[in-house]
Design a protein around this ligand. Structure first.
Ligand code: HEM
Length: 509
């Protein structure tokens, strides 16, 4: 009897404690600036919009609240941040490494690949994969990327002297080829490039389905989502998306088996990687060899390949597209890049070496400025487990997601005067010295930064320099016409067209 009474009292105390604690947390949460929401569901309906309207709304909210704002999207509190000090607090601290709930919507596709995994699994995988992005290995990959850039130029040269082209499919063809060949050791030929096209279209479609789901919080439950038209479509699209990388793995596996090479996996450093296989050693090979050591299994390999195929091509393709757009719209800047290339290559038609790419300082500034104005990954998100202070506001612990808006950070007037103007000189070394270290984060930062960033920069330099050595870019789509849309990468609602005009001195081999 006494025991029951004690238990009941204890239970009441616990409930009270939970309630008061929750109430005080809720109070702290509502003190953060933000829009009023409806009872219980909060701001859920604010985000039920088409992806283009949602994109505009997010920008409007970021402009209305100086440093941060909150939303209550049942059952989560969400803090939106775009101030470099707050961003530093989150991404420089491994305590806040956990990717938020939003990434769970990517899970049916990327499963527990590097982007989504956490803890020990993430650490082991990152360690296996890091050597394939070492500078020495990138040197070898440069040759492959340059071959792809040359192939693009040859294809462009088959067309008219002046051609207006849709930049996104053009650039994503190049980047998908490059990631397949460098990271997967597989060249897309006549047979496989059709499958590549279907794969790319499916990625666009799944991005839309994921955003549709994110904007409707009731679809967070798998059972409900799978009952919808979109849920059923997602299942079909996933089948297609998984098929293409699966084929690539099978091909590489049989290639390795038929060539019978072995490498010691106990010490996977870059010398080993470049040892027996030279430049043919790809990221996928590291995974296949790690499989033999029991560090990863077949499913693990597929999830990493899915992750790299997506992260490694779509992001870079969008970066390249916006760079073409800006160079076409800024003839003086384009001329300056052309002069820099002329200084490096003179009349020579040789492909660029890694050393040449290193000399393209002004082109590099143009790419950096492109990634500032158009960060291909416009936002990332974390789960805040502990309470903390952001921009002077107390963020209560638990149930809080933190959306980090790279797009809004990069367009802050206090960090970048005249933020909308395309000015590569912002990235001249002397102009970067006093910049906040977290004012520019196209590749995120901290331990969960982009593993492929050096590869991406190398590839963008290779493709753009190959184009600008042979073609003059003229504007067709004006940057003022761009209408962005919410997606997994920064896309626009309409195609981005650029005109390619052959230079007079062109001498294509
Ligand atoms: C311009 C091109 C690129 C941009 C802007 C970009 C941006 C980013 C960003 C912002 C993240 C952090 C994501 C997050 O915290 O949620 C990230 C992670 C990642 N990126 Fe990239 N990326 C690019 C190219 C690449 C390439 C070429 C590869 C592969 C070859 C790649 C592979 C990855 C992977 C695997 C991760 C997850 C890393 C981890 O969590 O350990 N990315 N990228």
């Amino acid at each position: 009897m006494l025991l029951t009474a004690v238990c009941i009292v204890l239970l009441i105390v616990l409930i009270l404690e939970w309630f008061l604690n929750r109430r005080s947390r809720a109070r702290a949460f509502w003190k953060i600036p933000g829009r009023r929401g409806t009872l219980i569901f909060g701001n859920c309906l604010d985000v039920v919009e088409t992806p283009d309207v949602l994109f505009k709304k997010l920008r409007k909210w970021a402009n209305s609240y100086k440093d941060l704002y909150r939303q209550w999207i049942f059952p989560y509190g969400v803090v939106h941040i775009y101030n470099p000090n707050d961003i530093e607090v989150i991404i420089s601290n491994s305590k806040y490494n956990t990717k938020s709930l939003l990434y769970d919507f990517l899970r049916p596709w990327l499963r527990d690949g590097l982007l989504l995994s956490k803890g020990n699994k993430w650490q082991v995988r990152r360690k296996i994969l890091t050597p394939s992005f070492h500078f020495n290995i990138l040197q070898h990959f440069t040759t492959i990327v340059e071959e792809n850039s040359s192939r693009l130029i040859r294809n462009l040269a088959k067309g008219e002297i002046e051609q207006t082209l849709d930049a996104v499919p053009l650039m994503s063809d190049v980047t998908l080829n490059s990631i397949c060949e460098t990271s997967m050791g597989t060249k897309l030929d006549e047979d496989t490039s059709g499958a590549g096209k279907i794969y790319k279209n499916s990625i666009h479609e799944i991005g839309k389905l994921i955003i549709y789901r994110i904007a409707r919080s009731w679809l967070v439950f798998d059972t409900i989502f799978h009952l919808t038209k979109e849920g059923r479509r997602q299942k079909q699209v996933l089948k297609i998306i998984h098929e293409f990388p699966k084929k690539i793995i099978e091909e590489r596996r049989s290639y390795i088996e038929s060539h019978g090479f072995e490498i010691p996996t106990s010490d996977l450093n870059e010398d080993v990687v470049l040892g027996p296989l030279k430049r043919k050693m790809a990221m996928l090979d590291l995974l296949l060899f790690a499989e033999k050591d029991g560090l990863i299994n077949e499913d693990g390999i597929q999830e990493e390949v899915d992750t790299f195929m997506f992260e490694g091509h779509d992001t870079t393709a969008m970066g390249l597209t916006y760079a073409l757009l800006e160079l076409a719209n800024n003839p003086a800047i384009q001329d300056k890049v052309a002069r820099e290339l002329n200084d490096i290559f003179s009349e020579s038609t040789r492909t660029a070496s890694i050393h040449d790419l290193g000399q393209m300082k002004y082109l590099e500034s143009c790419i950096k400025e492109t990634l500032r104005l158009y960060p291909p990954v416009p936002f990332i998100s974390r789960y805040l487990t502990d309470g903390l202070i952001l921009s002077g506001h107390s963020i209560p612990p638990g149930m809080t997601l933190c959306h980090i808006h790279i797009f809004d950070l990069h367009r802050r007037e206090d960090l970048y005067p005249e933020p909308l103007s395309f000015n590569p000189d912002r990235f001249a070394p002397e102009n970067c010295i006093s910049r906040h270290p977290y004012a520019y984060i196209p590749f995120s930062g901290g331990s969960r930064n982009c593993i492929g960033q050096r590869f991406a920069m190398m590839e963008m330099k290779s493709v753009l320099s190959a184009i600008l050595r042979q073609f003059i870019l003229l504007p067709v789509t004006n940057r003022s016409e761009l209408e962005f849309t919410t997606d997994l990468v920064l896309r626009t609602t309409h195609p981005i067209y650029v005109k390619f005009v052959r230079r007079n001195n062109v001498n294509l081999q």
